[in-house]
Design a binder for this molecule. Structure first.
Ligand code: SF4
Length: 196
């Protein structure tokens, strides 16, 4: 899957953080329909920090859970403006301390923005890894720890992307396409009851 890459559209690291925050429990496609206008209006952390909350809510209202996301975005940007001089913090730990930024989101951002090795675990990465027998863990942080131990750090980011794409296209949640899966011969299909 040489074409496997992050599907969110962004032009700088701040936009990446915003897009990833908005994508929680929403499709990347929906986020991509909202962000061009949002990014044109709010260019810096200070722009977001100065905005009134109802304005931000209105700008992202087509995305699920928009009220909570607007609140988190506002608070995170205020923190970035106040404590980081308007620049995106460069470590996963610092990003994780921002309001509304989980460990997975922080991992996606440092990996794509700064090339920092990370193997964040979303629903696809977790499901595919369990079916492949690479982990038995359900907790995303524990899955990440076990997967990370299997690969050298320079391959973590690529593994994250490949597992997502495989989960979206072939090893789908309900009825995985095992008959046309390129790793079927090596897969114990843990927990798979029905496939095609
Ligand atoms: S063989 Fe089936 S369960 Fe295993 S990775 Fe492929 S699609 Fe998923």
């Amino acid at each position: 899957m040489p074409e496997a890459r992050i599907a969110l559209e962004y032009e700088n690291e701040l936009q990446l953080l915003v897009a990833v925050m908005l994508s929680a429990q929403a499709t990347d496609a929906v986020v991509n329909t909202v962000t061009p206008e949002l990014f044109a209006k709010y260019r810096t952390a200070e722009d977001y920090a100065r905005a009134r909350l109802p304005e931000l809510e209105k700008a992202i209202r087509r995305i699920g859970l928009f009220r909570g996301k607007a609140r988190n975005l506002h608070a995170a940007m205020q923190r970035i403006a106040r404590e980081h001089g308007g620049k995106l913090p460069r470590t996963r730990e610092e990003l994780y301390r921002l309001p509304g930024v989980g460990w997975k989101t922080a991992g996606v951002v440092v990996n794509h923005a700064f090339g920092t090795p990370a193997l964040p675990v979303d629903t696809h990465v977790g499901r595919v890894s369990r079916r492949l027998g690479l982990t038995r863990q359900e907790d995303p942080d524990k899955v990440e720890a076990e997967l990370s131990a299997l690969l050298p750090p320079e391959r973590w980011g690529r593994a994250h992307q490949l597992l997502i794409w495989h989960g979206r296209r072939t090893c789908i949640a309900r009825k995985p396409h095992c008959s046309r899966c390129v790793v079927a011969a090596d897969c114990p299909k843990v927990g798979v009851k029905i496939s095609d």
